[in-house]
Design a binder for this molecule. Structure first.
Ligand code: GLN
Length: 490
C-alpha cells in the first residue's frame, strides 16, 4: 500500500474507512524507525509503549465514531516541545534526564485531536545551530546523502519526515530552523507569524523570535497541522489576539492568479547567490509566471545588517533564558559541589555544549553595562528597520519570494570550525524572524542531487496566502513527492 508515501488526508481516509487501524499504522512507522533510523539518528527518544497506548485510545474513538480528521495519525515532535511523561532533552546534557510534568500547548492540541506521538526528534542543542551538529546526542544525517547535514536546528524532524519515518513533525524556527532543514531535506516547512502558535511548553531559546510550526511533505499537510496548532493561548503572554484571522483554506482559484503580485528582492538575488541555486529558483518562478502570477523587482535595502542584528538579539535572549539552568531547579547538577558558586559554574560548564556557551557569552557581553547601547539597542533598531523594509515592500506586492539558503546541504563537519560561515547560512531566513512575518519553504528542484528550497514570505497573519501560493505550485509540480532512494521502499 506504500503507506509511507501517503499524505495526511490519505492516511486519514485509510483510518476512516477502517482499511487500517491506528495501532497498525503506528506499528508501520515504528518499524520504519527501527530499520532506518540507525543510519540517520533523527530520533532521540522513541517510546513505543506510549505510542501504542495513544493508538489504542485512537482506535477506540474511531470505533465509537468520535474521531477527528487527525485521530490515529502518527507525528514526531522536536525535542524542545515538552511532553508529559516523555523525556524532553533539547538535545542537551543539561536536560538529559528531564521528564516534563506537562505538555506544551502544541502537543496537547495535537493529542486532543487523537494524534499519536512516535517520538522526540534530534536537534541542535537548545535549537542553536544550522546543521544539527551541536546535539549532545550526535549529529543527524541527511536522507538524500548520509555524508551531509540535514540542516538545523530541527534537523531530526526534517530527516525523519524526508525518510518518511513519520508522516509529519513539529519544529521550531528562531532564525530559520524549520525552513532551512526543510530546504536541505526537500520538505515543506512553515514558520508562522510570531504570536500565532503558542510557545507555552516550548523550551525557550530566543523568546521574541521562537515560533513553532510544521515540517511536512506538502503545503496541504502544513495547512492541516497549522490549523490545529494555531490560536490564542492564555498561557503564552506573547500569543496574539489577531490569530483569529489566519485559518488556512486552500481554495485559491486559478482565475485569481493574475491579480497576485510577487516581489523579488534584488538584494537576495544578487550575484552572490550560488548560480545553481538561482537557476533552480528561476525555473520555479517560470512555473508561477505560466500560471499567471505577476512578478516585480523590489528592494529590501538594509538586508546586509540582518545577520549581525539577529545573532546579537538571539544570543542576548538566550543568555537570559538559559540562566535558569543552574543545578538547583531542574536538569543536570554537577557532583559534590564545594559551595553555591561552584555548583553554578561547574553545572553550567559540564552541562552545556560549546555552541551554547558561545551564545551565552556573546549575549551576556551584548547586554552588559557599557555595551548595551552599542550592541543590543542598536540591534533592536536594525530589527525595526528590517521590519519596515518588509512592510514597505508589502505596500507594492502581495508576497515576496526568496531563496531559503545560500547553498544546498553541506558536508558533515564542513562548517563546524568556521562560525561565521555557519551563521551566514541563515542569511535569507533570519530577516523573516526579525520582522515576525510568516514564511513557507517549498522544494523547487535539485542541484547536484541535493534538494533546493524557496521561501514564500507573506505579510502578518497571511499564512492562508502563502500556503495557497505554495499549494498552487505543488499542484503543478512533483518535487514535494520525491523520496530519497535509500528510503523509498517499505
Ligand atoms: N541557525 C540559527 C541559530 O543558530 C537559527 C536557529 C533556529 O532557528 N532555532 O540561531
Amino acid at each position: 500500500m506504500d503507506i509511507y508515501k501517503k499524505s495526511i488526508s490519505e492516511l486519514s481516509e485509510l483510518i476512516n474507512k477502517k482499511t487500517i487501524s491506528s495501532i497498525e499504522m503506528t506499528n508501520y512507522f515504528i518499524r520504519r524507525i527501527r530499520s532506518f533510523d540507525k543510519n540517520l539518528n533523527s530520533f532521540i527518544t522513541v517510546d513505543e509503549d506510549f505510542s501504542y497506548a495513544q493508538a489504542k485510545i485512537a482506535d477506540k474513538q474511531i470505533a465509537a465514531n468520535k474521531n477527528t480528521f487527525l485521530t490515529g495519525i502518527p507525528i514526531a515532535h522536536k525535542d524542545l516541545f515538552s511532553t508529559k511523561g516523555i523525556l524532553t532533552t533539547c538535545a542537551s546534557k543539561m536536560l538529559e534526564n528531564y521528564i516534563p510534568p506537562y505538555d506544551a500547548t502544541v502537543v496537547s492540541k495535537l493529542n486532543n485531536q487523537g494524534m499519536v506521538t512516535l517520538g522526540k526528534t534530534n536537534m541542535d542543542e537548545f535549537a542553536m545551530g544550522s546543521s544539527n551538529e551541536s546535539s549532545y546526542f550526535g549529529s543527524v544525517k541527511n536522507p538524500w546523502d548520509l555524508t551531509k547535514v540535514p540542516g538545523g536546528s530541527s534537523g531530526g524532524s526534517a530527516s525523519a519526515v524526508a525518510a518518511r519515518l513519520s508522516p509529519i513533525a513539529t519544529g521550531s524556527d528562531t532564525g530559520g530552523s524549520i525552513r532551512q532543514p526543510a530546504s536541505f531535506c526537500g520538505l515543506t516547512g512553515l514558520k508562522p507569524t510570531y504570536g500565532s502558535v503558542s510557545r507555552y511548553g516550548m523550551i525557550a531559546y530566543a523568546s521574541s523570535l521562537d515560533q513553532g510550526g510544521p515540517l511536512a511533505t506538502s503545503a496541504e499537510d502544513c495547512a492541516i497541522l497549522f490549523n490545529i496548532i494555531r490560536g490564542f493561548d492564555n498561557n503564552d503572554p506573547t500569543s496574539n489576539f489577531k490569530i483569529k484571522q489566519n485559518e488556512v483554506k486552500l481554495n485559491l482559484n486559478k482565475k485569481n492568479f493574475k491579480s497576485i503580485s510577487i516581489g523579488i528582492p534584488k538584494e537576495y538575488f544578487s550575484k552572490d547567490l550560488d548560480k545553481n541555486i538561482s537557476d533552480v529558483i528561476d525555473q520555479s518562478i517560470g512555473v508561477f509566471k505560466k500560471l499567471g502570477f505577476n512578478f516585480k523587482e523590489i528592494s529590501l535595502p538594509q538586508h546586509g545588517y540582518t545577520i549581525p542584528a539577529y545573532y546579537i538579539i538571539a544570543s542576548a535572549e538566550a543568555s537570559s533564558n538559559l540562566s535558569r539552568y543552574d543545578g538547583v531547579k531542574f536538569g543536570y547538577r554537577c557532583k559534590n559541589p564545594k559551595n553555591l558558586e561552584d555548583l553554578y559554574s561547574r553545572t553550567r560548564k559540564e552541562g552545556f555544549g560549546k555552541e551554547v556557551k558561545k551564545r551565552i557569552m556573546i549575549g551576556a557581553y551584548a547586554l552588559s553595562s557599557g555595551y548595551y547601547d552599542e550592541y543590543y539597542m542598536r540591534a533592536l533598531r536594525i530589527r525595526r528597520i528590517i521590519r519596515d523594509n518588509f512592510l514597505n515592500a508589502f505596500k507594492d506586492v502581495d508576497y515576496i519570494f526568496a531563496p531559503t539558503c545560500p547553498s544546498t546541504a553541506f558536508n558533515i563537519g564542513e562548517k563546524t570550525s568556521n562560525a561565521l560561515e555557519m551563521y551566514l547560512s541563515d542569511i535569507y531566513t533570519t530577516p523573516v524572524n526579525l520582522a515576525g512575518l510568516p514564511a513557507v519553504s517549498i522544494p523547487v528542484g535539485f542541484s547536484n542531487k541535493m534538494p533546493v528550497g524557496m521561501q514564500i514570505i507573506g505579510n502578518d497573519f497571511n499564512e492562508n496566502g502563502i500556503l495557497n501560493v505554495a499549494h498552487a505550485f505543488q499542484k503543478e509540480t512533483d518535487w514535494h513527492n520525491k523520496v530519497p532512494r535509500e528510503f523509498d521502499h517499505e
